[in-house]
Design a protein around this ligand. Structure first.
Ligand code: ATP
Ligand code: MG
Length: 405
């Protein structure tokens, strides 16, 4: 082109909502939550966020672009985003020059131009304008051609009322619903592989998590507890901070061990865990319990065992990994970076006091009978009264925990 006038463009991230925008009735709630979550994730950065019903715009100011993108990869509710360039001028030659400048450092052989013109005062119809821009690219860049079906590079031009936005291929976000839109849930978080994955999957559907960990000192170590804290910290990245409840379970486990037939140790122990979980959940307005049980994985996770264990609570129990193979669970654990922590070799309270032959098909009657052999109500009351709450921040250098939970 003769004159190569390039005006100052502003770089920003344009978020597309995907599945969100189909939730007509709740859209405002969803968008407000998403905006809050994005603000929270980017709290340490100097960004400005604007949104309307179709798009969210994140203006980067002087931030390192990679840091912003990395943080956004932890925000559920973002399905796709693009790196966009905002141009205040609506002059067609200026737009063409800027598109040319922006594509010059990209490697592609085929491309397609798509124009959306919501500002109908712009004089050139969308199709004509796409053709014009395509012509400019073909004339100025060697060895490229148009492919309308499967282009390597998409050149999108949106002529909106406020400005022109130029952007290229979509980048995938992590999808899901904004954390918080579904309400709160209590994750039974052990040091194993399964429960952090279960928690992640619940967050993905918009459930804001609190966590509950049963420890049995001195049989379980401080390292085992620190491992759970570390797992909670990894989940906090997706959850906007996390509250971890720690229940001292030693007295209850010892009472079961002393008083009940050993093949029922695990069944009764898990009934106690469920009872405590339900009470902690009700006290904190958590609407569900979430755990990492997986059908058939161990004796306490046969369908019969699940029935006998589940009967002691009325709150819904969600088991996101119930039908996953272990290898599928491990894949997700690696993806969310909890796997290496989970496999650290510290004893969990489930792995001590394990009977040689746990019952695979427990009966309701036996479980009900055996647990009358000790005064579990008093022990549960004491354990809940003395439980510890640890507030875990996803922003490592942020001391204060903001009261979002
Ligand atoms: P693994 O990955 O080794 O199976 P796990 O944590 O899944 O570890 P399980 O014995 O299969 O261990 O327990 C089933 C579920 O019960 C866990 O996923 C977790 O949700 C809950 N749970 C077990 N132990 C604890 C604990 N100490 N504190 C809190 N929740 C626990
Ligand atoms: Mg398990």
């Amino acid at each position: 082109m003769d004159s190569f006038e390039v005006v100052c463009v502003e770089k920003l991230i344009m978020v597309k909502y995907g599945e969100l925008s189909t939730k007509k009735a709740n859209i405002n709630l969803f968008l407000k939550q998403l905006k809050d979550n994005v603000s929270f994730a980017l709290a340490d950065m100097d960004v400005q966020i604007q949104f309307d019903k179709g798009r969210m715009f994140i203006f980067l100011n002087r931030n390192n672009f990679d840091d912003v993108v990395e943080s956004l990869q932890h925000v559920f509710g973002i399905h796709e985003y693009v790196i966009a360039y905002k141009l205040p001028h609506k002059d067609s030659d200026i737009i063409a020059n800027n598109v040319l400048k922006l594509v010059q450092d990209k490697k592609f052989k085929t491309f397609k131009v798509v124009t959306k013109r919501s500002d109908k005062n712009f004089p050139i119809p969308s199709m004509d304008f796409s053709r014009k821009i395509g012509g400019v690219l073909l004339k100025n860049i060697d060895d490229i051609k148009v492919d309308v079906h499967n282009p390597e590079l998409m050149v999108n031009i949106e002529i909106r009322m406020d400005a022109v936005y130029i952007y290229f291929n979509n980048v995938k976000g992590i999808g899901g619903y904004p954390v918080g839109v579904a309400g709160k849930g209590l994750l039974m978080l052990s040091g194993g592989i399964d429960s952090p994955v279960a928690g992640y999957m619940a967050i993905k559907r918009g459930v804001r998590l609190e966590c509950l960990y049963f420890e049995s000192p001195p049989h379980t170590s401080i390292e085992a507890k620190n491992k759970v804290i570390e797992l909670a910290r990894k989940l906090a990245l997706y959850n906007n901070d996390i509250k971890l409840h720690v229940i001292r379970f030693t007295d209850i486990q010892q009472a079961i061990y002393k008083n009940c037939p050993h093949e029922y140790l695990i069944t009764i122990m898990r009934r106690m865990m469920y009872r405590i979980s339900e009470r902690i959940a009700r006290m904190n307005n958590d609407k569900v319990i979430i755990n990492g049980e997986s059908v058939g994985q161990v004796a306490s996770q046969t369908l019969t065992s699940m029935n006998v264990i589940n009967e002691v609570v009325r709150i819904p129990v969600i088991r996101p990994v119930a039908c996953f193979d272990k290898l599928e669970i491990i894949d997700i654990a690696k993806k969310i970076d909890t796997y290496e922590t989970s496999i650290l070799p510290f004893e969990d309270c489930c792995t001590i006091f394990v009977p040689e032959h746990p019952v695979i098909n427990p009966t309701f009657e036996a479980a009900r009978e055996y647990e009358t052999y000790f005064d579990y109500e008093t022990l549960i009351y004491e354990a809940i009264k003395n439980h510890e709450v640890i507030k875990i921040s996803s922003h490592e250098n942020k001391e204060e925990f903001s009261d979002l939970l």
